[in-house]
Design a protein around this ligand. Sequence first.
Ligand code: FAD
Length: 465
Amino acid sequence: MTLPPDVPYDIAVIGAGVVGCAVFRDFSLSGLRVVLLERGADILSGASKANSALLHTGFDAVPGSLESRLMQEGAARYRRIHQGMGLPLLPTGAVVVAWNAADEAALPGILERGHANGVHDVRPMGADELRAREPHLAPEARGGVWVPGESVIDAWSAPLGYALQGIAAGGRVLRRAGVRGGTRDEAGTWRLDTEVGPVAARLVVNCAGNQGDIVEAIARPSPFEIRPRKGQFVVLDKTAYRLATAIILPVPNERTKGVVISRTAFGNLLVGPTAEEQPDRERAATDTAALESLLAQGRRMIPAIAQETVTTAYAGLRPATQFKDYQIEALPKEGWISIGGIRSTGLTAALGIAAHARRLYEAHFATLPAFEEPEGPVMPNLTEELPRPWQEDHREEIICHCEMVTRREIAAAFDGPLPAGDLGGLKRRSRCMMGRCQGFYCFRRVMEIAAPHLPDLVSPLGGAR
Ligand SMILES: Cc1cc2nc3c(=O)[nH]c(=O)nc-3n(C[C@H](O)[C@H](O)[C@H](O)COP(=O)(O)OP(=O)(O)OC[C@H]3O[C@@H](n4cnc5c(N)ncnc54)[C@H](O)[C@@H]3O)c2cc1C
């Protein structure tokens, strides 16, 4: 529902990452008039476009932290709704592998922390059981801790589905709508200055990720400072998928969970991420030295990785702060809810964070009716786990042969209430150009379908950029 600029929405959510999409969903389903403001050309323009796509159990979180609670609540909600939305859940499990005596000494503490977090099914795994389960691991693997609940999901279809559910409930998504500032009038209405004009709202929810402290300054001096932490990844070809069934985790340290080897929902094997502080909030560049180091670490854990081909590399920026825990707070006097510092677990926690935001709203602003989880929409399946359109009889022609994406799937990315807003959005909705050739063969044919919908892509000379 679009409201004129002088009629306030009940809530304006700033930032359409996975957290903003989940918050938008829940408040819209609660019957409020909600607008989701995103500065990018599409949703998921920030941290949420590039992560490891793991649905965590929270076994290694700080017990009693907000992050621990909301990860568990978020994962539980995802598990309840994913089937109805056609969203994947690969129940891979994970094993924290000990590679040396120091790692072995850390295992009892990892078990204890898992239990303290209420994850009671974590258990020790001996070297023989580990070898039987993961025969490609290097012989130095001494056993570890088995975490059966860790899983792999599709990090893009889930938040898109949340946003579509919010729209179906009456919410509105505005893209290219960066918020530049705002003032609050005497009646308590926010007048946000956005790139698409003024937007009025009674309450603002700041979900701006790596811009979180800058957006927070609209309401007050930000109590948290964003310190972006880059994570680089190497994506191995689909032939490498067989080399690990479970997620292979190292023994973590205080700063990072360390380099992980994991299957992806799309049939690849992932090695990463790094953890690198950087001042730049926008650009997440990959560099050869870091990628080579990741590959070397991957080969030490699974030597057969040496024979595998790299499909691509990417990097994401975690919205970290000076604090370890999430920075979530309601400011009743300011008509504002801050959701900051959702560092490295936001995909898992998003629906838990949204439920928490609802609770804060009820505690400080007004009561809300309970809502039924909606049925659908059913998201297009992009994974290898379920049948894909190219496998159907009488399918349309395949345009992207690496990822087996049909013409219909590419065209469908531009249908509906939240069509792809840029090339990245098209890739995240269809997987076209994300395979081995990275668009080398299919780019022109993809552009024939996409260019009419993406005017930014067409250069003044008439060619696709
Ligand atoms: C390397 C890496 C690996 C990770 N692995 C996992 C994992 O396996 N599992 C897991 O659960 N989590 C993981 N995460 C964490 C997860 O990706 C983040 O916690 C999550 O993406 C944060 O989401 P967000 O919505 O808070 O931020 P973002 O996704 O950054 O969203 C913020 C949005 O706000 C927009 N915005 C900013 N300023 C403005 C403005 N002024 N006006 C309007 N819009 C604005 C941005 O464009 C952006 O789209 C990982 C993260 C990284 C980087």
